[in-house]
Ligand binder design. Structure first.
Ligand code: NAI
Ligand code: MG
Length: 356
């Protein structure tokens, strides 16, 4: 089992170090190799995704990624910015399925921005398509308008676009994920207005016929945004396109209390995957030893389950995380009165101890 470790910038190295310790404590044979990415790689070699880092990632069964980015790189040309590394990895590895679970841990029910009864026991999975949609559709650009409301004026445009195979493969991923859960998929679209998402709805419906054991519902994205805060527990697996998934997964993440708790996985069709916390590099707290490492540790658990075929080890890590929360240990982002405040390293050590 080959794992590429890409810590990145900001809090990336601090939180990744704790996840690596946890992996090392599992008594499994891993080949782990570390390489710079993002701003750290730019500093070292002038490029956010150097060829050696990309090769390491491509040759690995899985990539454990910390975070990239810092305000100090905002003045660089776009291709040199740290965030290009994550886009490059998604593209080069063909990572089309982004899994973002939103789980509200019992002990953190009160950290949610919603009423405790709405989120207690929440466990939903948002599956976002990652390679298509308006983010990548061509043509795009700026031009002088020849028609519309203001002909002759400057305008900008993007193209929303999905092909049948792109929709089919993400739909299969969603139905198969649902088969292992409560057998319910909600496909989110905007079929009432957009041709792209009428097509999405039609293709998802067709694929759904191959999964008669899974219940399929369709929901417009505006209603989904509303239902996520009104009655989030009525969802199980949510599948949607790149842009709607970007927005809804961030919305769902807030239901759980802290972004410091949320792992993610991005997979290709060979089950090779990139695993990273849902948050960014948190430059405001980098180097202070206070970042919550649990999102990264839980991302390592997802890696064991999805790419490395070690579901028992994944369960062990998740159980250890729950145990540490039950002990009352909290990094500042999830701290509340009556609990014990700890730093990044202490939190990692506590998970290690609970594992054993
Ligand atoms: P962010 O997620 O880094 O931080 C948002 C807020 O959450 C900050 O107050 C931060 O301190 C806090 N936070 C984040 N992770 C935390 C953790 N583990 N423990 C405790 N608190 C935590 O998002 P922001 O500030 O918008 O972006 C900062 C940089 O990160 C930017 O350069 C951005 O481009 C980059 N970024 C990178 C991502 C990636 O590597 N995949 C994803 C999102 C942003
Ligand atoms: Mg986002």
């Amino acid at each position: 089992m080959k794992i590429a470790i890409l810590p990145g910038d900001g809090i990336g190295p601090e939180i990744t170090a704790e996840a690596v310790k946890v992996l090392n404590a599992l008594d499994l044979k891993f080949e782990m190799e570390t390489a710079p990415v993002g701003g750290a790689a730019y500093e070292a070699s002038g490029h956010p995704l150097p060829p050696a880092t990309l090769k390491l990632a491509k040759d690995a069964d899985a990539v454990l990624f910390g975070a990239v980015g810092d305000w100090k790189y905002d003045t660089l040309d776009r291709p040199l910015r740290p965030e290009q590394a994550i886009l490059g990895l998604r593209k080069e590895l063909g990572l089309f399925a982004n899994f973002r679970p939103a789980i509200c841990y019992e002990q953190l029910t009160h950290a949610s921005s919603l009423k405790p009864e709405l989120v207690a026991g929440l466990d939903i999975l948002i599956i976002r398509e990652l390679t298509g949609d308006i983010y990548f559709g061509q043509p795009r650009g700026r031009r002088t308008a020849v028609d519309g409301h203001f002909p002759g004026s400057e305008e900008a445009f993007d193209t929303m676009r999905y092909s049948r195979p792109e929709i089919e493969r993400i739909a299969h991923v969603a139905f198969q994920a649902a088969q292992k859960r409560s057998k319910k998929v909600t496909s989110v679209d905007k079929a009432n207005v957009l041709e792209t998402f009428q097509f999405w709805k039609d293709v998802v419906t067709e694929v759904g016929q191959q999964y008669p054991d899974v219940q399929l519902d369709h929901m417009y994205v505006d209603n989904a945004a509303m239902q996520l805060v009104k009655e989030p527990k009525k969802f199980d697996v949510v599948v949607t396109g790149n842009m709607f998934g970007d927005i809804l997964s961030d919305e769902a993440s807030m239901l759980t209390g802290s972004i410091g708790m949320l792992p993610s996985a991005s997979l290709n069709d060979q089950k090779q995957g990139l695993y990273e916390p849902s948050h960014g590099s948190a430059p405001d707290i980098a180097g202070q030893g206070v970042a919550n490492p649990l999102a990264t540790i839980l991302s390592a658990a997802m890696m064991l389950r999805f790419s490395l075929n070690q579901p028992e080890a994944a369960d062990r890590i998740e159980t250890a995380v729950k145990a540490v929360l039950a002990q009352g240990l909290r990094t500042p982002d999830i701290y509340s009165a009556g609990t014990t405040k700890v730093g990044t390293r202490e939190m990692g050590e506590a998970v290690l101890k609970a594992l054993k």
